[in-house]
Design a protein around this ligand. Sequence first.
Ligand SMILES: Cc1cc2nc3c(=O)[nH]c(=O)nc-3n(C[C@H](O)[C@H](O)[C@H](O)COP(=O)(O)OP(=O)(O)OC[C@H]3O[C@@H](n4cnc5c(N)ncnc54)[C@H](O)[C@@H]3O)c2cc1C
Length: 495
Amino acid sequence: MTDHDIVIVGAGPVGLLLACELSLCGARPLLLDKRAEPGDLPKANGIGGQILDVLDHRGLLERLSAGSPFFGVPPGFPFGPVPLRFAGLDGIPLRMLMIQQPRLERLLGERAAELGVTVRRGREVTALAQDADGVTVEGPGFAVRARYAVGCDGGAGRVRTLAGIGFPGTTDGEVLRLGHFRAPGESGDPFADPGFAGLRPGWNRTPHGRLLITSLQPGVRVAGVRERGSREQDGPVTPAEFGAAVRRVLGRDLPLGEPIWLSSTVSQARLAERYRAGRVFLAGDAAHLFPAGGSALNVGLTDAVNLGWKLAAALDGRARPLDTYEAERRPAAARALTLTRAQAVLDRLTGEDAEALTAVLTEVFAFEQPARHLAALLNGSDVRYGDGAGHPLVGRLVPDLPLVPDAGGGARRVAELLRRPRFVLLHLAGELPADPVYAAAGLDVVRARCAGPPADALLIRPDGYVAWAGTDGLAEAVREWLAPVAGAAPAGRTG
Ligand SMILES: Cc1cc2nc3c(=O)[nH]c(=O)nc-3n(C[C@H](O)[C@H](O)[C@H](O)COP(=O)(O)OP(=O)(O)OC[C@H]3O[C@@H](n4cnc5c(N)ncnc54)[C@H](O)[C@@H]3O)c2cc1C
């Protein structure tokens, strides 16, 4: 007898979104977190990349972007020390949403509450055991039994360790101290930031490290100091320690203002050996840590959206999609790791050689083609699930085509078809093959028109990726993704 369908360990952004996805699929997740209260350390300042399209599918983008100081295609992006400029280029796929992590977690927490997710705080998971039917997670004073468990417990990844999954990679030895300071004159617009006290906006390199000056919300200055050679770990920093780090790197004091918060983090580049051990899965920072900014939430939140519907399908006796989770998401993280390692190594170099390399790359990246290519990589547009066979859209995130509904109240764009995770057969042109297989699978068939349809029909997965496109082979695709595995008894859901 199990208490819950799924137990999620960690109510950070990834655990919260996974819980929302599972709830939308009709499953009953239980979310456990060791913290008594939601986190208030503003780690991430923003989300960028394809996950914004997926959040849009679920109707969450509007909520998250309300009041944001910036949402859209950024005029540029710091690729390590090398500026990428997108201003003036049409069709750049990369969008960024400035949102502080505590606000992101609060809004996802509100969404989870609306969906009836149970969150239990002050529960630190310290033990885990699994058998053929389920998983038991335990901590001081509690034990929970569920069919599956997911470790969304961040880079330290207790669940990962308890499940015996290795986390190879490197710890940088470079420390980033980051702080927010009260500064009434700051605009809050990072792209209008004039710099400060002789430092240019963004990262400034010195012989002893690097110093970040920017502003992400009105009245608040963001400063960061990166330096090598310290053994400190993640954690709080005192104003005196922050000031000393500024002096070591810059050679002088900076009147940054009254600190709001200060923290320190050590950069790591790591990828879990596996994303699954039996009934235990990993998602988010528990599965991957990137040594440069901008990718972690894109990859981590996409893990959650990829995993949610697959776990729900497995509860209903369709276990096959769940077997694709690691095969789809681990390569996506490996790709982001390559991209962030490249930024990190450029960042770490110092001296005249570094200046020369930065100067050459700055010239190359100023050309349109490299800028477009890197924008697509940072967006995650190169992620393609599956073997690359078939129609070019298969395995890609579905484009948000403007639609003209054929009959009935219908959606005006593809995103509106995916407000909840479900398979949609979008019929855009020609005749659909009459096949009882997909009729029997209970597929939602939507007939609509669009200008220049990319295919006669698209089978869209619950996470917004295209499972099949074209005219031939629909029945096989439906069988592959929607049919129960022969002989597999539905696991059922807890009542
Ligand atoms: C300074 C800094 C700046 C960053 N900036 C960006 C950025 O701009 N853009 C971006 O995309 N990313 C950024 N990141 C990375 C981003 O913050 C992480 O990728 C994100 O927090 C990962 O979310 P998560 O839910 O996987 O894990 P976490 O946010 O780490 O959440 C893990 C949760 O698990 C809980 N937990 C841990 N262990 C246990 C246990 N044993 N039992 C129960 N609960 C447990 C924790 O309390 C926590 O609530 C930044 C990170 C830092 C440190």
